[in-house]
Design a protein around this ligand. Structure first.
Ligand SMILES: [Fe+2]
Length: 200
């Protein structure tokens, strides 16, 4: 149709599978009512498919740590193995970003925003993505209006202003209230974590 704007609203099957596997696993791992309710809403929201924004698949320098992080995750907690496998299949289709925006040194940080503002799928209601920190990196304090559930796929420490530093461990989950300031830092090994957010 002349002049019509084509907005593909079909997720690649590899990406759809990663979303399904990830959100189902997170829903099974969360341990608080707030996190459970958030995951329920995010899973419901993810049934709707938004406009797919063309992104250029590609890695950033920090991704040199990705293979190590995925192998450690699956070996440390076998419950994470299906997620790691699904991610490995989807990852070649995805664009890593975040190094410049984070203000960290080159090679320190990379992230993928699958769902969410500026992501592969432009959304304003839910977010889904993951962060990768090279060893010995502290990600800056930040906050945002949506509530957030994290799944740690590695060792590493997390901070929120209401509780200080804590270490959920590989396979650990936690919930951040809307607008609470939070941060993360890696130790001897890379930090890999998934985040799922919902506007409330
Ligand atoms: Fe966050």
């Amino acid at each position: 149709m002349k002049g019509a704007k084509v907005t593909p609203q079909i997720r690649p099957p590899e990406v759809q599978n990663f979303i399904d596997v990830t959100l189902a696993l997170m829903a099974g791992l969360v341990s608080t009512p707030e996190a459970g309710a958030a995951l329920e809403g995010i899973r419901e929201g993810a049934k709707q498919v938004g406009p797919q924004t063309p992104r250029r698949a590609g890695r950033q320098p920090a991704c040199q740590h990705l293979g190590d992080a995925l192998i450690r995750a699956a070996a440390t907690d076998p419950r994470l193995a299906p997620l790691c496998a699904a991610f490995s299949v989807a990852e070649p289709l995805l664009e890593w970003t975040g190094e410049e925006e984070s203000g960290l040194a080159p090679g320190s940080y990379a992230e993928i925003t699958l769902l969410g503002p500026g992501g592969h799928e432009e959304r304003r209601d839910i977010w889904l993505g993951l962060s990768l920190l090279a060893p010995h990196v502290r990600y800056p304090d930040h906050n945002h209006a949506p509530e957030e559930v994290y799944l740690a796929l590695s060792d590493g420490d997390f901070w929120r202003e209401t509780s200080g530093w804590f270490t959920p461990g590989t396979g650990g989950t936690f919930y951040n209230q809307p607008s609470v300031r939070h941060a993360m830092r890696s130790g001897e090994t890379p930090l890999l974590a998934i985040w799922a957010l919902r506007r409330v």
